[in-house]
Ligand binder design. Structure first.
Ligand code: BTN
Length: 276
């Protein structure tokens, strides 16, 4: 059976210059991130995209599972071959987060939220997740794989995801054309990925922070067994999270699992990496 995400349906709708060229589509893969990585090692080019109807081993950050019902959502990955030294690599995941947030902002009632570093939430529930995996040798990024899962038309989520995940359809009460959403996402992603070569990240950071109403609020970040509690101050130019602890010391956090409003009544729902 031919899918609406098959190349002959998607490619004519793309308005991008380099993103999605080539574009691949599979019915079932282990993980589109894994498959794009294989393509990268076989010499695949910058901008290659693979979308899949279903993933048997879809994964999120911290090796969590990414659940997505077959044929209902968008699960895809992008091959990037940037010319960046690893120590100065720009925040690809933040650029992707802004792109996804800007696109879904046009479709949803109410503004989506970005939860650092790269969860896209709507009314506290997870709508989309981003996983960037980079392959580095001698301080050079050889390639990066940018994977995105966006819940589009899924109505039922299993187990505890019921309380923590949302889709465009659940949020709006109507189903969405996945090709149109994918084409819009790739167009916006191309724009923001191109901006990553700009000197300075002011524009990216301020656009990202526009979707982070929790800045200025109490927050906690878990890193392994450590937990840092404080007030979210915003992002550094490199995309690290700035937190002021109770003693007034400012911490720069490069990675971790964020809980917004750690003292609030919705603490469980807001920390969960739903669908991931
Ligand atoms: C997260 O929220 O932790 C990130 C989730 C990323 C899921 C996407 S779906 C497409 C790509 N393939 C994967 O295995 N993961 C990413």
């Amino acid at each position: 059976m031919s899918s609406d995400l098959a190349p002959h349906c998607v490619v004519p709708r793309l308005t991008t210059l380099w993103l999605g060229n080539p574009y691949y589509h599979e019915e079932e893969v282990d993980s589109t991130n894994t498959r794009i990585n294989v393509i990268a090692h076989a010499g695949g080019t910058h901008g290659t995209v693979m979308a899949a109807e279903t993933q048997t081993k879809g994964r999120g950050r911290f090796d969590r599972e990414w659940h997505s019902a077959a044929g209902e959502n968008l699960t895809f990955s992008i091959l990037l071959r940037p010319n960046w030294p690893a120590h100065a690599a720009p925040p690809v995941s933040l650029a992707a987060g802004v792109a996804v947030a800007e696109v879904v902002d046009l479709l949803l009632p109410g503004t989506p939220e970005l939860k650092w570093p790269n969860d896209i939430l709507w009314q506290g529930k997870k709508l989309a997740g981003i996983l960037v995996e980079s392959f580095v040798s001698r301080d050079q990024v050889l390639h990066s794989v940018l994977g995105i899962g966006l819940n589009v038309n899924q109505l039922d989520f299993p187990g505890e995801l019921v309380d923590h995940a949302v889709s465009l359809r659940l949020a709006t009460g109507r189903s969405w054309n996945r090709v149109e959403v994918l084409a819009s996402l790739l167009a916006r992603l191309e724009l923001w990925l191109d901006h990553l070569t700009d000197p300075g990240t002011d524009r990216l950071i301020s656009s990202w922070q526009r979707f982070a109403p929790w800045i200025g609020q109490p927050i906690s970040v878990r890193r392994g067994k450590q937990k840092l509690l404080g007030t979210a101050l915003g992002l550094s130019p490199q995309g690290a999270l700035r937190i002021k602890d109770r003693q007034g010391k400012v911490h720069l956090v490069a990675s971790g699992d964020v809980q917004i409003d750690p003292y609030g009544p919705h603490q469980h729902g807001r920390r969960a990496s739903a669908s991931g």
